[in-house]
Design a protein around this ligand. Structure first.
Ligand code: SF4
Length: 348
């Protein structure tokens, strides 16, 4: 269905919400008087990175102990942090207190998204949710649940995260002027209980008739996620040069990968296996079949291992001659430590 066809989404969704809304301690019953802004704000901050079930006991504890902005604003920092312990993401608790103090100073929580956005710990989503739920303002509220429902309703083929502006525009289109708070909460409830990520329960859904995703027969394929770009593959060689039961270690150049770290000598990281290029000394190098694999943030590395032994007192390249028996104490970065263990096994 083309996007410019208006959808009869809000009416059936709100009817469904009136009958099946989740009973949550911070909620007013559907259609009832607006809920206490303090409770809406507190719940929205607690829910920012935490599941509903985990939030409920903290919400009950906080509202029993601090039932208003003024009460919370008067709390000691340490007291509040201790009460928050276990909920995680502690910056939220610090912002919660700063916000409560600011609201207590002003006398009330502001009602518009724009003003809410200026308060500590309130980002775009939270500002929209509070404006809609606490104050009945028309606001476009898009959380992960809403994102999933909307991409399915419109069978949106654009992959995330690039599709977000489009999802927001589509949510804007279906958000009603009246009961915007109930609409937002209804979308969240639908996403959490019916239009679930893996197995949407379309037969129970009040929006089935309007849903393009359902019509495709495979709504669970939405939202489409962008394919991960494969990391480039690089190759290298590490050199294990032994002399007198010691192995040569060098400092890596200060700039570049693992800069300044103690390491085995290496050749270049190249697009194809570099073999013995840049071996630290001309010797009878033995190149092993075994490889070390390691994933860096920006590329994957396959490293070949080469070993040689030179007689004691041979002039040798600069570096540290580390006792092989104590190689674990050299503080080698992981990829070199892996290689050292492999050399150790090959020499055992
Ligand atoms: S019909 Fe199915 S896919 Fe569409 S919104 Fe409802 S539960 Fe989600």
């Amino acid at each position: 269905m083309p996007d410019n066809v208006p959808r009869a989404i809000a009416a059936p969704l709100l009817t469904w919400y009136d009958a099946y809304a989740r009973d949550l301690p911070w909620r007013a019953r559907p259609g009832a008087n607006a809920p206490d802004p303090y409770r809406v704000w507190l719940s929205e901050v607690m829910l920012q990175q935490t599941q509903v079930a985990s939030v409920i006991p903290y919400f009950e504890k906080f509202t029993a102990r601090w039932p208003s902005f003024e009460a919370l604003a008067a709390a000691e920092d340490a007291e509040l942090m201790a009460a928050w312990a276990g909920l995680g993401y502690y910056a939220r608790a610090r912002n919660l207190l700063a916000c409560a103090r600011e609201v207590a100073r002003r006398g009330a929580l502001p009602e518009t998204e724009a003003e809410l956005l200026g308060l500590p710990g309130i980002g775009g989503y939270t500002a929209a949710a509070i404006a809609a739920i606490a104050f009945g303002r028309r606001a476009v509220v898009v959380d992960a649940n809403v994102e999933r429902v909307v991409t399915r309703l419109f069978a949106l083929a654009d992959p995330l995260p690039g599709a977000r502006p489009r999802i927001r525009a589509l949510t804007d289109r279906i958000t009603p002027d009246a009961r915007a708070g109930d609409f937002a909460q209804a979308m969240m409830d639908l996403g959490s209980g019916i239009c679930t990520a893996r197995a949407p329960r379309c037969l129970l859904c009040p929006l089935r008739a309007q849903c393009d995703g359902f019509a495709t027969g495979a709504p669970e394929l939405f939202p489409v996620k962008a394919a991960k770009v494969p990391k480039p593959q690089r190759y290298g060689t590490m050199f294990w040069l032994e002399r007198d039961d010691r192995v040569l270690l060098v400092r890596r150049p200060a700039k570049g990968l693992l800069g300044g770290m103690r390491a085995l000598p290496t050749g270049p990281w190249a697009d194809s296996p570099p073999g013995l290029t840049e071996a630290p000394i001309a010797a009878e190098w033995q190149l092993f079949d075994a490889q070390v694999r390691h994933g860096f943030t920006h590329f994957n590395l396959d490293v070949a291992l080469a070993a040689a032994t030179i007689p004691a007192h041979t002039d040798a390249p600069e570096g540290e001659w580390w006792p092989i028996a104590e190689i674990e104490t050299a503080g080698l970065p992981t990829v070199f430590a892996k290689a050292a263990r492999m050399f150790g096994r090959m020499h055992a």
